[in-house]
Design a protein around this ligand. Structure first.
Ligand SMILES: NC(=O)c1ccc[n+]([C@@H]2O[C@H](COP(=O)([O-])OP(=O)(O)OC[C@H]3O[C@@H](n4cnc5c(N)ncnc54)[C@H](O)[C@@H]3O)[C@@H](O)[C@H]2O)c1
Length: 268
């Protein structure tokens, strides 16, 4: 235990089950001395096992659909009361594409599905930031993170319209990062994580191949959910106070590798 987050208070979105990246982040934050509140959509509370995590982390669960401003306001104001003070960090770990779920191909998108997916995966981040700013809920030098994927920059055909969702999400981090930085010295970043075996990850067609390819391409191999959690703790801590408006690759070197010897061997 490093106690990097001793005395800090945060909200973690998106822990569904023990495979979720957010689950590992919650555990790591608590191990590092933070107090946390967990939140997820009502359906996730029914289907997942967030209450087990809450027990383990000695934390409360507040239901919120991240696309609902009313739910977000309720979540933030209740958290301020429970913490008896402002919030130091937030993790947005939410992603969903109805087109991916319903196996609509990128060249045959349903636009109602597209709008729903972008609301859940990207606009929800803006809604969360705007609500937090309006309620003056974040401490000076607070840190807010969202999880992204490199399909925002490069084409991965089966990632479908999630690519646009992630590009939008990363842009919100930059744009809002400016305003929250100037106003309250709050920092906002996205982490571009390696493929990780979770419910959302495995929903992408051909995910196993994705995962294996990326493992062989990355000099350090794929970054695990546990490693991602440690990176989040570092970014929530006071050791990264001047990092903001960035999309930070946490991918074992994948993003800067053209081809690896392992892939050449496999294709020969
Ligand atoms: N798994 C991967 O390969 C991978 C790689 C890079 C980035 N990510 C990103 O990491 C984040 C977390 O995903 P994960 O892989 O841990 O999968 P996960 O399925 O465990 O988590 C996704 C979460 O989003 C929540 N969610 C969906 N709709 C919501 C709504 N309306 N309101 C509130 N919450 C809602 C779900 O309940 C779930 O807890 C996502 O943003 C995902 O895109 C995942």
């Amino acid at each position: 235990m490093n106690n990097l987050l001793k005395g800090k208070k945060g909200i973690i979105f998106g822990a569904l089950d023990d495979k979720s990246i957010a689950w590992k982040v919650a555990e790591e934050c608590v191990e590092n001395g933070a107090k946390i509140i967990l939140t997820n959509a009502p359906t996730a509370l029914r289907l997942g096992s967030i209450n087990d995590l809450a027990k383990k982390c000695n934390s409360q669960v507040i239901t919120a659909d991240a696309t609902s401003l009313e739910d977000l306001e309720n979540l933030i104001s209740k958290s301020l009361k429970i913490f008896n003070g402002k919030i130091d960090f937030i993790l947005h770990s939410i992603g969903m594409s109805v087109n991916v779920r319903k196996k609509r191909s990128y060249t045959d998108l349903n636009y109602d599905y597209l709008m729903k997916g972008i609301d859940v995966s990207a606009i929800s981040f803006h809604k969360l930031l705007q609500t937090s700013m309006k309620l003056d809920a974040i401490n000076k030098w607070g840190s807010i993170l969202a999880l992204s994927y490199i399909a925002a920059q490069r084409t991965f055909p089966s990632y479908n319209d999630m690519a646009e969702n992630k590009a939008f999400l990363e842009s919100i981090a930059r744009s809002f990062g400016y305003h929250f930085g100037v106003k309250n010295k709050v920092r906002i970043n996205t982490i571009s994580q390696s493929p990780t075996i979770t419910t959302a990850g495995s929903g992408v067609e051909g995910f196993d191949t994705f995962f294996e390819y990326s493992e062989k391409m990355s000099p350090l191999g794929n970054a695990s959910a546990k490693d991602c959690a440690k990176f989040c703790v570092a970014l929530f801590s006071d050791y990264t106070k001047m990092v903001t408006m960035q999309n930070l690759y946490h991918d074992g070197g994948f993003s800067n590798t053209g081809i690896s010897e392992e892939i050449i061997k496999k294709l020969k």
